[in-house]
Design a protein around this ligand. Structure first.
Ligand SMILES: CSC[C@@H](O)[C@@H](O)C(=O)COP(=O)(O)O
Ligand SMILES: [Zn+2]
Length: 237
């Protein structure tokens, strides 16, 4: 029987470009975020670390239409090394830098999803909380990088929004220091910042966070507190 041809996953496309390089990855991930309605109307953004450099999306552009030549290259301190012509660095830059400097992240995304905004409104204080959900297992704990357990309570700190994105930097840093287990910070009536050890973890964690944000809103509508342990559920054991 003829052996199947082994097809190597090849990140180098026909133009000899490395498709896993942030120059190609950030446009692709921003387009993915747009499709999920996490980055519409120029809102939201993405940053990826590659080697000793940090790459960020530009400001004020349709994030789903960013091209490979439009990505900013920065050093580890966030200083711009390569500035695409006629574009401005994202306003999210200092907040992205919080994740790199405080948590040694490999990638950070900023979502304007309605689920994140609603999640920031169903809890009036400084914490979003949910427990006893299978999808908790898709989110790591910031201190140990161990996955949450089904029975854990996931807590995401909520900071109040301000007029200009850059002015969120200090309160985001404060939230990250007060909640070392969280890999996300909600910004009330605005969105959320989510990071991971690499872009893959940032992406999959963001998917789990958004799933739990949406679920918590629905649970509240049903009169079920998202962070209360199950009571009176008598399925087959
Ligand atoms: C729709 S304006 C949104 C911006 O103010 C900001 O919140 C944002 O998420 C994107 O900032 P940007 O500088 O365009 O990358
Ligand atoms: Zn924003």
């Amino acid at each position: 029987m003829k052996r199947a041809k082994v097809v190597e996953t090849d990140d180098i496309n026909k133009n000899g470009e490395d498709e896993k390089h942030p120059n190609f990855l950030i446009p692709k991930l921003c387009s993915w975020m747009y499709d999920l309605k996490w980055a519409t109307g120029t809102g939201g953004g993405m940053s990826v670390k590659h080697g000793d450099f940090i790459y960020m999306a530009p400001s004020g552009v349709q994030k789903e239409m960013i091209k490979p030549g439009e990505i900013f290259k920065c050093n580890a301190s966030g200083e711009v090394l390569e500035n695409p012509a006629s574009l401005k660095l994202t306003e999210c830059a200092p907040l992205f830098m919080n994740a790199y400097s405080i948590r040694n992240a490999g990638a950070v995304l900023h979502s304007h999803s309605k689920d994140a905004v609603l999640a920031s409104l169903i809890f009036k204080g400084k914490e979003f909380r949910i427990s006893h959900q299978e999808m908790l297992k898709g989110i790591k704990k910031g201190s140990s990088n161990e996955p949450h357990k089904y029975i854990d309570t996931l807590i995401v700190p909520i900071v109040e929004n301000v007029l200009y994105e850059k002015d969120l930097t200090r309160r985001m840093k404060k939230a990250m220091e007060l909640y070392p287990e969280s890999n996300a910070v909600l910004v009330r009536r605005h969105g959320v910042y989510i990071w991971g050890k690499n872009w893959q973890q940032a992406k999959t964690q963001a998917e789990c966070y958004h799933y739990l944000f949406k679920l918590a809103v629905k649970l509240k509508q049903l009169g079920i507190e998202p962070d209360q342990a199950p009571a009176g559920e008598n399925g087959i054991a």
